[in-house]
Each structure stands twice: as C-alpha cells, then as structure tokens.
Design a protein around this ligand. Sequence first.
Ligand code: BGC
Length: 272
Amino acid sequence: MSLPSAPQLLRGQKALVTGANSGIGKATAIALGRAGADVVVNYVAGRDAAEDVVREIESSGVRAYAYEADVSQEDQVGAMVSHMVREFGTVDVLVANAGLQRDAALTDMTVEQWRKVLDVNLTGQFLCAREAAKEFLRRGVVPEVSRSAGKVVCMSSVHQVIPWSGHVNYASSKGGVQMLMATLAQELAPHRIRVNAVAPGAIRTPINRSAWDTPEAESELLRLIPYRRVGDPEDIANVVVALASDLFDYVVGSTIYVDGGMTLFPGFATGG
Ligand code: BGC
C-alpha cells in the first residue's frame, strides 16, 4: 500500500538528525528531505551507510551531507553544529535520535554498560539540544521559514513510562529523556523554541532485531501490540516531520506515542 506523500512541510528548513545512518534516524532523515529540508546525516560508525542515506535524500532535490560525531562527546557535538551553521547557514530542526541498548540483567550489568547507554541516550540528547538551542536563540524567528525559532524532537520510547526488566540502563535513559524534554520545553518556549518527543514502540529496526526476525519472536511481540502490527521506521518518520512543522506549532512539551497501542498494555485487546 502506498501512503499519500507529505506536502513540503519543511521547505527551506535545515535539519540535523543524529544516528541517521540506520533504523528510525535513517527513515526520518529521508522523510525530512522529502518534506523539503536540507539534512545533516550524523553517524558515529558506518560511513558507507550514511553516504547512502545522503544520496537518497539528495534525490528529493535538497542538500545533505554525512557528519561523523559521537553525540556523547561535548567537543564533537559543538563542532558538528558549528559545521552545520557554516554549511547550511543555521539549524531549524534537531532530531535527537541517536540511541543504543546494552542489555543485561541487573546483577550482570557492568557500570560500563550503564554509563554507555546513559551517555549516548541521555547526555547525547542534552548536548545536541544545548548546541542547537544556542543557534535557535542567536537567529530567532524568521517568519518566512517557520513560526518557531527552532524545533527539537527527542526520540524517546514507550520505555519512558513502561518499566523494562533486563534493560534498566535503557529504561532509565528514556525516563530521563521524558524529563529532559519537558524541562527544556518549559525553559525554551518563551523564546519560541518548541521541544517535544516521539515515543516509538516496537519498530522493525536493527536495535531490536531479535524481537521480530523469527516468526516465533514476532508472534510473541504482537501479543504486546493491540494494533497487531510491528511498526516500520516510516511510521515514526512521518510523525517527526509533522511535529517539526508549523502544522504542530502549538504543540509544546508533548510526547506522541507511536506504538500501535503498546502503552495501553496490560489491556484486554481481543481477537487475533
Ligand atoms: C526498544 C526496542 C523495543 C521497543 C518496545 C524500544 O525502545 O529499543 O528494543 O522492542 O522499545 O519494547
């Protein structure tokens, strides 16, 4: 089934997507390009995949380039945003997407596994939002471009509210993302900067391949999803585009769950 194509909701805007060489970040970067934005494709490893994403974005007739930076490193994030301002003139949209899992039962979890996940998933979003916000504040609102001075979309998870045994580092990082997002939304709103989050459920991406890549695993997973469908990266990308656009200009500090109803669990969904 082909979906209706989104109008050019972000024409002329400049977007930075972290972790954009695979999964949700990749689909989001491509969708932002289709919506008319120039896009920086951040990645930390996997240059070839990032360059493929760049080529796909360019086929929409917008500009794109790949930029290697570890979002948990302050100097690298600063350099990435400065570089983008030099290349594209400014930043209008930040999609703070980069994230990872390092799963272990509590008693097996090392402090390295704990720190790695918190560093990338939470500190990474803080650093990227901080550097983007500096640029939004410097530039201010340009009414021909957007009603807002800048938009941050934080990639959260259903696990910002659903505890997840065996993944305490990841669930804690996403719980942190919820409060990072809400506090930044409150702090930056008077400057006409909008901060919101998207909270995906189970999406078919490399981060959770083991949860969907066999028929047994997939049917187990579908029991947790009232809508009985594993999500595709495009399900998230479409919501990010809309949220970053002026159609959603009065949405400030919200989390949009894009999860086929997973956060309704434990529920009493019947049938199938
Ligand atoms: C995790 C996935 C998981 C999904 C639903 C996501 O945040 O990264 O591994 O399948 O939540 O549990």
